[in-house]
Write a protein that binds this ligand. Structure first.
Ligand code: NAI
Length: 338
């Protein structure tokens, strides 16, 4: 037996390779930033997903440790680890879905935009790898500021000639998860019964919960609307402050990321009626990117839904969201073009 069979030294038993190829309905998934606060629980949850046959864990630190650990779970997916830039190509080749939680998180007092300087470069490098090694993969981008990193990824793919807007999805599912939880609390319902569409983007006022469209149908007082909207918009900051410098949301984010990855895989599999909110290339507003409900299919986000009827409160929120979003999108685009 090789000393570290999961680290891609090529000597793992043939039987494992057979298993990796054999799982008929399995997809190949890579996590970039897999050793981080989000990456580790995300890797664990993806290893538990029966739709995954191969799981590649890439990071610039500690990938071998996380890989050895996760690989002992007795679930179907074959796990392989990849450490550092020189192994990025190996991590990406052949992947159906690439999930990116690489980059630094917020500390108290920081906005998501404060992360731009460092994370923009990380996302660029990783997306160049995707363009080269798995240009047809679906990309789930978690690294903040999502409102800028998605436009960055789009520009990298355009430059490489591989851009398919349907395949690039900014992950906003944590906003939906939080909205479902907080709304359920106010309504006295089980959060699993509640569905709140959250549109716009993924930072502060760009996070726009559409409380007038909550399922099951319900109504809120003005105070409840204000409380809920603000709490959903500031949910990330709530966690950042509670962690007092030790990072931002990681466990709830890993949960939300897996929920979203799962709908992407179900779409790839060809399931009907798979719908979730995501930050995508969009014609729903005048902005080139916007988060709204999308239908996921074999080729990615195959349909981007209109916002539906908004009330006065939401219309005002939408105008605020668009103003900030426009700047963040432009910042991302300029980072690559200039
Ligand atoms: P973390 O610092 O715990 O982990 C980040 C990981 O990325 C580390 O293991 C680090 O080694 C790795 N990394 C750094 N540079 C890399 C590179 N060039 N290639 C591959 N990996 C690299 O941070 P955490 O808490 O996991 O957060 C990650 C990102 O997710 C942050 O940008 C954070 O703001 C964002 N985030 C996004 C949310 C969303 O809703 N979209 C919610 C919460 C966090």
């Amino acid at each position: 037996y090789p000393s570290n069979p999961q680290m891609g030294d090529g000597s793992i038993l043939e039987r494992t390779n057979c298993r990796a190829k054999g799982g008929a309905a399995g997809f190949k998934v890579a996590i970039l930033g897999a050793a981080g606060g989000i990456g580790q629980p995300l890797a664990m949850l993806m290893k538990m997903n029966p739709l995954v046959s191969v799981l590649h864990l890439y990071d610039v630190v500690n990938a071998p440790g996380v890989t050895a650990d996760i690989s002992h779970m007795d679930t179907g997916a074959v796990v392989r680890g990849f450490l550092g830039q020189s192994e990025l190509d190996g991590a990406l080749t052949g992947m159906d879905l690439v999930i990116i939680p690489a980059g630094i998180p917020r500390k108290p007092g920081m906005t998501r935009d404060d992360l731009f300087k460092i994370n923009a470069g990380i996302v660029r490098t990783l997306c160049e790898g995707i363009a080269k090694c798995c240009p047809n993969a679906i990309v789930n981008l978690i690294s903040n500021p999502v409102n800028s990193t998605v436009p960055i990824a789009a520009e990298v793919f355009k430059k490489a000639g591989t851009y398919d807007p349907k395949k690039l999805l900014g992950v906003t599912s944590l906003d939906v998860v939080r909205a479902n939880t907080f709304v359920a609390e106010v309504l006295g319902l089980d959060p699993r019964e509640v569905e709140v569409p959250v549109v716009g983007g993924h930072a502060g006022v760009t996070i726009l919960p559409l409380l007038s469209q909550v399922k099951p149908p319900c109504s809120f007082t003005h105070e409840e609307t204000e409380y809920l909207t603000k709490r959903i918009q500031d949910g990330g900051t709530e966690v950042v402050e509670a962690k007092k410098g030790a990072g931002s949301a990681t466990l709830s984010m890993a949960y939300a990321a897996v929920k979203f990855a799962d709908v992407c895989l179900k779409g790839l599999r060809g399931d009907a009626g798979v719908v979730a909110c995501a930050f995508v290339a969009s014609q729903v507003t005048e902005l080139p990117f916007f988060a709204s409900k999308v239908r996921l299919g074999r080729t990615g986000a195959e349909e981007v839904y209109q916002l539906g009827p908004l009330n006065e409160y939401e219309r005002i929120g939408l105008e605020k969201a668009k103003k900030e979003l426009a700047e963040s999108i432009q910042k991302g685009i300029s980072f690559i073009r200039n």
